[in-house]
Design a binder for this molecule. Structure first.
Ligand SMILES: Nc1ncnc2c1ncn2[C@@H]1O[C@H](COP(=O)(O)OP(=O)(O)O)[C@@H](O)[C@H]1O
Ligand SMILES: [Mg+2]
Length: 236
């Protein structure tokens, strides 16, 4: 097997006396799509923040592209449940204001095309639906050509149909752009449908790592895996 893109080795995280994550081990490879699932409060977002370099871990180490994560890394981008767009900027400004160099406008436009919003470049966030705003945040995340995309429940606030469309879009883009992805979700169906591996966190520990069906059209198998993860999360 190739070198991992990222290795999480025995990572623990404490807040004061509370041990939130305990000895997490995980390797990520190019084009991996990992879903991180578990009960609310189980440490999913915390682990994602450690990976993103937002916060230090208490022990262990995270190695990304042969370097120890100690702070923010330009090769990673994160997307949250809230779109975090700037309301006073247009869609295209929101996507491009952090970028420098030539052809920024063209690049922003081609990313808007990729997420199906080429006609909305001059709209303001308030003029868009929730799903469209998340498309803009996805385009913004891609502007920096990241290797690793971190998604913290980005679809949780969307209605069911929009959510399904967005799942398809994200899967399609991640595979086309050769992105490695970690998706935090509490939705086991979403995890089984989107990921190639599912990591179950329980009480701050990695309880299991399950392979998801490769054939994403095999609904029966996806449902089986989803049921299996659900049982695992709910059992004590
Ligand atoms: N900055 C913080 N200070 C203290 N405790 C925190 C902090 N952030 C998260 N926690 C605690 O860590 C636990 C895991 O939270 P979180 O990672 O947000 O869980 P999840 O994303 O799985 O719902 C929770 O008990 C939460 O209260
Ligand atoms: Mg969370």
């Amino acid at each position: 097997m190739n070198e991992p893109l990222m290795t999480i080795k025995n990572v623990s995280k404490r807040y004061g006396n509370h041990l939130i994550l305990e000895n997490i081990n995980l390797s990520l490879y190019d084009n991996d799509f990992i879903a991180l699932v578990g009960k609310s409060g189980g440490g999913k977002s915390t682990l994602l923040r450690l990976i993103a370099g937002f916060e230090p871990y208490s022990s262990g180490e995270i190695i990304f592209m042969n370097q120890r994560i100690t702070s923010l890394n330009k090769q990673m981008r994160i997307m949250f449940q809230e779109d975090r767009l700037l309301p006073w900027m247009t869609v295209s400004e929101n996507i491009s204001f952090r970028s420098r160099g030539q052809q920024i406008k063209e690049k922003a436009l081609s990313l808007l095309e990729l997420v199906g919003l080429e006609d909305f470049a001059n709209y303001y966030p308030i003029q868009l639906s929730g799903g469209q705003r998340q498309r803009v945040s996805l385009a913004r995340a891609l502007m920096a050509n990241p290797k690793l995309l971190l998604l913290d429940e980005p679809l949780s606030a969307l209605d069911a149909l929009t959510r399904l469309n967005m799942q398809e879009l994200i899967m399609d883009i991640c595979s086309k752009q050769h992105l490695t992805t970690i998706l935090v979700t509490h939705d086991v169906d979403e995890a089984a449908r989107m990921a190639n591996r599912i990591v179950v966190l329980k009480h701050g520990r990695k309880a299991d790592e399950i392979s998801a069906p490769e054939d994403k059209t095999n609904t029966e198998e996806i449902n089986l895996i989803a049921a299996q993860i659900k049982t695992l999360i709910l059992s004590d």
